[in-house]
Design a protein around this ligand. Structure first.
Ligand code: SF4
Length: 154
C-alpha cells in the first residue's frame, strides 16, 4: 500500500498513526507499507495494490503526482473531506475578487492552480472515506475489506 498527503493538515495521517499503536503487530505481517513518508525515508510508489490519498490538489506539481499515483495503483481511495470534496482545504476558491487579486502573486510564484480541487475532479477515485479527519471506524471496516479483496486474509 501507499499513503499520500497533498494540500491539507494531515490529520487523517495522524489518525492512521494512532491506529498503528494497537494494530501494528497484526498489520506488519499483512501489509507492505511500500510508500509512507511519515513512517519511513525510503519509499517506492510503483505498482501498488492500493493507494490512500489524503488532501486536495492545489498546484500543478500535486496534479501531476496524483495522476502518477493513479497510474501506479490498482485501487485509489480518497481519505478525508479535503480529498473527497476539496473542503476545507479549498477555502481560497471562495475568496472575493479583491482577496483573490491580493493572493495572485503567491499563486503565480508557487505554481498554484486556478482552483483547489477534490481528487475526483482530476482522477478516477475508486472509494472514499469521509470525515474531517477520516471516520476511523469506516476506514477500519474498509481496510479489512481491502485485505480480503487483495487475498491477504480469507
Ligand atoms: S479533511 Fe479535515 S482533517 Fe483531513 S486534511 Fe482536510 S482539514 Fe485536515
Amino acid at each position: 500500500m501507499g499513503w499520500f498527503s497533498f494540500t491539507c493538515c494531515e490529520d487523517s495521517t495522524m489518525v492512521f498513526i494512532e491506529l498503528l499503536n494497537e494494530r501494528y503487530a497484526r498489520w506488519k505481517d499483512l501489509v507492505d507499507f511500500r510508500y509512507f513518508r511519515t513512517l519511513k525515508s525510503k519509499n517506492d510508489m510503483t505498482d501498488l495494490d492500493i493507494a490512500f490519498v489524503e488532501g486536495a490538489i492545489s498546484n500543478t506539481r500535486e496534479e501531476n503526482l496524483v495522476k502518477k499515483i493513479r497510474d501506479n495503483c490498482k485501487k485509489l481511495v480518497a481519505i478525508g473531506s479535503c480529498a473527497c470534496s476539496g473542503s476545507p482545504a479549498n477555502q481560497r476558491n471562495y475568496f472575493d475578487k479583491s482577496t483573490k487579486e491580493e493572493i495572485q502573486f503567491i499563486l503565480d510564484r508557487f505554481g498554484h492552480r486556478d482552483k483547489v480541487s477534490a481528487l475526483s475532479e482530476i482522477i478516477k477515485v475508486d472509494d472514499t472515506v469521509n470525515g474531517c479527519p477520516m471516520e476511523e471506524n469506516v476506514f477500519l471496516t474498509k481496510f479489512d475489506r481491502y485485505l480480503r479483496e487483495f487475498g491477504v486474509i480469507a
